[in-house]
Design a protein around this ligand. Structure first.
Ligand code: AMP
Length: 560
């Protein structure tokens, strides 16, 4: 017997979930479904994505809908187009044996006329993003005057995305006596406000501790210099053979850059960020869903609504900007009973935020061990050996073996294996030959112990020229942040900044200057190629290339 039967659902639905391979309800389903079926009451469910909450509200909703009446009876609001589509798909699967039920998704970025046509054909349930639904209501294409249920899915996300006004407008236009079911991973003030204003004596259910991330997720942190983050990421990707990972960055620029670097280094990765068209976004997402892409690098906003099971690792390339983002990022792994690992790359100055996340989300971070170069090589070698042991020998190879064995009869088994390993691991051995132990950096103080007065001190610096000035970036603070972020250097490495309208001279500590030059060379800023030179690098060779000449001119100009 399928365990869903004991929850009071109709036979058609039990048959459908059984066909979908759901054998037993998840905790949120077994607690929520009987309540929503029996109690005519508003409801608040505090649950993460991945816990099975779509079925928790979707199954009772489908059972309660009057299929013989064709008017719209329920609306589900969700933050993103992806989530709307996902919910609709899941609900269609549940309704497989209920021929008459119509569920229509409505979201921005698609032709509104087609959606209006779909709604006109009749929709028992509408799954919508708030912006598009309000638009449809204003055009009188949707009538919510007679609805019985409103479901707010990922309410905190909808408010984070700035849908407060739309949600208010939509809820204001619904009947007083409808029921509201609200689901949210976190319960910030703005979600409480909705509950207060629009719900009556709701039944509140927490799955796990409030805000806690799901138990299948392990949380790790690691302290790194910004310049080490990429290398650390690669270590994990090289170490874990079957990795299927999401990498979160704060900015679009970082997302693009990390994905590009990964591609250049031979990984199948792509980026998801706000600069993509809907078509590009769909292409990237289908690549990730189908596992063609093993690594998806995404910004927080763009990643909303990503529901892909079996993500093994979530990397936080930067610590999240907002604590609630942590839950949403980490919640993309450890779904549907799988285990997941969430690893935060932090800067030493982030330790306060880390503690805050621990307190708010009620989790404990363990210190990560970043695989060392040796560990990566060793593991790869073991994997290869295991594969060799498991490989069946083909007839063709067996036939020529006597000759080959004769050729290598002077070699011992050990020597043969050593040679084989060296040859087949050239790439890895080369890459990891002098690989730094990134775990060591974690114990090293990142700030120099002696605080230098102002930006002075006796550290040796290089003076660099960059063709970015105040008209491009505004002020020195903006310039400093560009240097540190994109140049991946700490603030203390930057000395005097001499900013002009169209260019800037900046002093950078010797240890970091080369890196800054490498990071900015051949890149562009607001569509213009960046030129960067160091005075010492330029040398006193005279003449020089075109850039150098321009550099000299500018330098003269700057001294006027
Ligand atoms: P959700 O939290 O609703 O996004 O669900 C996460 C994933 O778990 C989806 O792929 C669901 O199809 C799947 N799922 C939900 N409930 C169950 C269940 N009881 N048994 C197996 N898989 C489930």
């Amino acid at each position: 017997m399928n365990e869903f039967e004991s929850l009071g659902l109709s036979q058609e639905l039990v048959k459908a979930v059984d066909a979908m391979g759901f054998e037993s309800p998840t905790p949120i389903q077994s607690k929520t479904i009987p309540i929503l079926l029996e109690d005519e009451r508003d409801f608040i469910g505090l649950a993460q994505t991945g816990t099975g909450k779509t079925a928790a509200f979707g199954l009772p909703l489908i059972d309660l809908i009057d299929k013989d009446s064709s008017h719209t009876q329920a609306v589900i609001l969700a933050p993103t187009r992806e989530l709307c589509i996902q919910i609709t798909k899941e609900l269609h699967n549940f309704a497989k044996f209920l021929k008459k039920l119509r569920i229509v998704p409505v979201y921005g970025g698609a032709d509104i006329r087609n959606q209006i046509r779909d709604i006109k054909k009749g929709a028992h349930i509408i799954a919508a993003t708030p912006g598009r639904l309000r638009d449809m209501i204003n055009r009188k294409a949707v009538n919510l005057k007679e609805i019985d249920w409103v479901v707010l899915d990922e309410a905190d996300e909808m408010l984070n995305m700035g849908f407060k006004e739309e949600i208010d407008a939509i809820l204001d236009g619904t009947p007083e006596d409808k029921l509201t079911w609200l689901f949210s991973a976190t319960m910030p003030q703005n979600v409480r406000r909705i509950a207060r204003n629009y719900m009556e004596d709701p039944f509140e259910l927490k799955i796990g501790t409030l805000n806690s991330s799901n138990e299948d997720i392990e949380h790790h942190y690691t302290i790194l210099r910004p310049s080490q983050r990429y290398e650390a990421l690669r270590r994990y990707l090289d170490y874990e053979l079957n990795i299927f990972a999401l990498v979160f960055t704060r900015t679009r620029r970082d997302a693009k850059e990390v994905a590009e670097r990964l591609n250049r280094d031979g990984y199948s990765a792509d980026a998801l960020h706000g600069d993509l068209t809907q078509g590009q976004r769909d292409y990237v997402m289908s690549g990730f869903r189908s596992r063609r892409l093993k690594i998806l690098v995404a910004t927080d906003v763009a990643a909303r609504g990503i529901d892909v099971d079996e993500v093994t690792h979530v990397f936080h390339y930067n610590i999240p900007e907002d604590i609630s983002f942590y839950t949403h990022r980490a919640g993309r792994t450890g779904r549907a009973g799988n285990k997941g690992l969430s690893i935060v790359f932090t800067h030493p100055k982030d330790s306060g935020i880390l503690r805050l996340i621990e307190r708010k989300v009620k989790i404990k971070f363990a210190k990560a061990h970043i695989p060392t170069g040796e560990e990566v090589c060793e593991r790869r070698l073991h994997q290869r050996i295991t594969k060799i042991k498991e490989t069946e020998v083909s007839k063709e190879v067996a036939a020529i073996m006597p000759q080959i064995l004769a050729e290598i009869e002077d070699l011992t088994k050990e020597e043969l294996m050593e040679k084989f390993a060296t040859l087949s691991f050239t790439k890895f051995l080369k890459q990891y030959k002098r690989a730094e132990d990134l775990n060591v950096a974690q114990n090293r103080p990142q700030r120099r112990p002696e605080r230098r007065g102002g930006r002075g001190g006796n550290v040796s610096r290089q003076r660099l020229f960059m063709n970015i000035g105040s008209i491009d970036i505004g002020d020195k603070a903006g310039f400093l942040s560009l240097l540190c972020k994109d140049g991946e250097i700490p603030g203390y490495a930057v000395g005097k900044i001499d900013m002009h309208e169209k260019f800037t001279f900046v002093e950078i500590e010797e240890d970091f200057a080369e890196r800054v030059i490498r990071r900015f060379e051949n890149s562009s800023f607001q569509g213009r190629p960046i030129r960067i030179n160091s005075e010492t690098r330029r040398g006193g060779g005279g003449g020089g290339n075109r850039n150098d000449r321009r550099f000299s001119r500018r330098k003269k100009y700057s001294r006027r």
